[in-house]
Design a binder for this molecule. Structure first.
Ligand code: ADP
Ligand code: 5SP
Length: 510
């Protein structure tokens, strides 16, 4: 019997590496995932060791390929966390741990870049994006200033998922959607901006080659192919940044629908046929996963990651074993609105709806009547109030939508899904593949690259709606009343957070 074709997608998330194989109808044949830690050496900093990413990829690929007897892998597609800087030396060695998308240390350098090009309007004309804290661009200047010896050794930089490609194929390459997130890319023309590269001290030779998402970048090396029992030279397609790819996995590739992802980050995203002008730069505009598509999104740094922080913080008090389900059950048995307890989730600072590098998290309204169930519920509600504020920004840009499509790790929880509907007051649809996250989209892109589907529109034809969750009228009414109050929290605290950030730099022994 001849082997059946399948396509592999690898998603290098912030918390987990997920790998899956899809058949030619979009059904999942095999999947595996492995977690790794997020390191926060100081408030506002976030790093990971690319070696751990590669180990997780090797192992998840081993587990998936071991289950593919009778299947023939036709191509691999990559996706992963955006905006991270993997600095490489002349031997392709990693010079320092990767600074991630939620790392705020380079906020002052982002302002410097904006000034150097002549202000915000000039920057938007070059890239169509602000140089937001957390974008890759600022990290180069930070390195040049704070770690000049390390910066002098830099010969090439890669986005996180593209480091996996380097290890798989030996090639320095990225795709247009992930390149958009560096802040150094001319999103309108789908090419590096030579002016912006120069402003951060780089030349074109130090930037990876850029491909459209479904283009084949290179073939699997003999050594790596042997590790996974795959043919040497197997095509590895360009893929895309995870925030864009999540929206592709949701089937949101044409204007008119909006996807919400609750992963570590929170993403509100939609597609466009032409590159929209990013007038005030409060949203992000990137190239989409097809040559004729662009992508608009607002990204919160603090969605599922806030819930994960709560779990990790409380786990030692719960004998080290506290599950997301237990935490959600505590929240579910607490009244909607957590009896007046609000949570501002800016634990990693924030990018959208507020640009708040010095932002901090806070429970506001604590009383002796509040317990851990209230705190857990307030965290979930606060994250979703923040997503609703991003939806308000979308509406202001004429991108509103009556229904949402949901994806991301948190959508494994029925409570998160119901609260998303209740807090936004919109029906929420889940789709096949949404719980698989970006790996699903990456595998679809691999399928396009291998010729299974002729276009992105055709490929997302395999994405089907699985459920629709309606908002509960009474809870939606309460959340309508709470949202304007929530929106006052950051403006009220902004100046105080600035002072707190300065105080946090003063180290005094315990
Ligand atoms: N069973 C679950 N119940 C509730 N939330 C969950 C569950 N599993 C994962 N999550 C949430 O999903 C987040 C991770 O989502 P994921 O899409 O896998 O993120 P990433 O791609 O950033 O690694 C976690 O931070 C957590 O808040
Ligand atoms: O910053 C962004 C996109 O602009 C984030 O989407 C990161 O790319 C990380 O995503 P997850 O790990 O939460 O999927």
């Amino acid at each position: 019997m001849s082997s059946r074709p399948c396509f592999i997608g690898v998603d290098l998330g912030t918390s987990t590496c997920k790998t899956l194989a899809l058949d030619a109808e979009g059904g999942v044949v095999a999947r595996a995932s492995i977690d790794y830690p997020l390191v926060t050496p100081r408030p506002g900093w976030a790093e990971q060791d690319p070696q751990l990413w590669w180990q997780a990829t090797v192992e998840t690929m081993r587990q998936v390929t071991a289950r593919l007897e009778g299947w023939q892998v036709q191509a691999i597609g990559l996706t992963g966390q955006m905006h991270g800087l993997v600095p490489l030396d002349a031997e392709d060695g990693v010079i320092r741990p990767a600074m991630l998308w939620c790392d705020q240390r380079a906020a002052p350098q982002c302002e410097t870049i904006t000034e150097r090009v002549g202000g915000l309007d000039a920057l938007l004309a070059l890239s169509n994006n602000r140089m937001l804290p957390g974008f890759t661009g600022g990290k180069f200047l930070w390195m040049a200033e704070q770690e000049p010896d390390a910066f002098a050794r830099l010969r090439c930089f890669l986005n996180p998922k593209d480091y996996l490609r380097l290890r798989m194929t030996g090639v320095h390459a990225t795709d247009v959607s992930d390149a958009s997130g560096t802040g150094l890319f001319d999103v309108r023309r789908r090419r590096w901006s030579p002016e912006l590269l120069a402003v951060v001290g780089l030349g074109q030779a130090q930037a990876p080659a850029v491909f459209e998402s479904s283009e084949v970048t290179a073939g699997l090396s003999t050594e790596v192919a042997r590790l996974w029992g795959l043919p040497a030279g197997l095509p590895v397609v360009a893929g895309g940044g995870d925030a864009v790819m999540q929206t592709t996995s949701q089937g949101v590739v044409r204007p008119g629908s909006i996807g919400v992802t609750i992963g570590t980050a929170g993403i509100v995203g939609g597609a466009a046929y032409a590159c929209p002008d990013n007038r005030d730069g409060l949203l992000q505009v990137s190239c989409g996963n097809a040559p004729d598509r662009w992508h608009v999104m607002g990204v919160s740094l603090n969605a599922g990651g806030s819930f994960q922080w709560l779990k990790e913080t409380l786990a030692p008090l719960a004998g080290g074993d506290l599950s997301f389900d237990r935490l959600a059950a505590l929240a579910e048995s607490t009244p909607a609105g957590a009896e007046g307890l609000l949570f501002l989730p800016y634990l990693m600072g924030e990018r959208c709806p507020d640009i708040a590098a010095d932002g901090r998290g806070a429970w506001i309204g604590l009383t002796r009547a509040h317990g851990i169930g209230h705190m857990s519920r307030a965290v979930m509600e606060g994250v979703l109030f923040n997503m609703r504020a991003i939806l308000d920004l979308f509406a202001r840009s004429g991108l509103d939508c009556e229904r949402l499509r949901a994806s991301g790790g948190a959508t494994a929880s029925p409570l998160w899904l119901q609260l998303l509907a209740d807090v936004t007051g919109r029906p929420v649809a889940t789709v096949s593949g949404a719980s698989e996250g970006g790996a699903f989209g990456a595998a679809l892109l691999a399928g396009i690259g291998a010729g299974r589907w002729a276009s992105l529109d055709e490929a997302v034809g395999v994405v089907a709606q699985t459920r629709q969750i309606e908002p509960d009228p009474a809870r939606a009414d309460l959340y309508d009343a709470m949202h304007p109050v929530y929106k006052t929290l950051y403006p009220a605290m902004e100046a105080t957070f600035g002072k707190i950030a300065a105080l946090a730099d003063r180290k005094v022994r315990p």
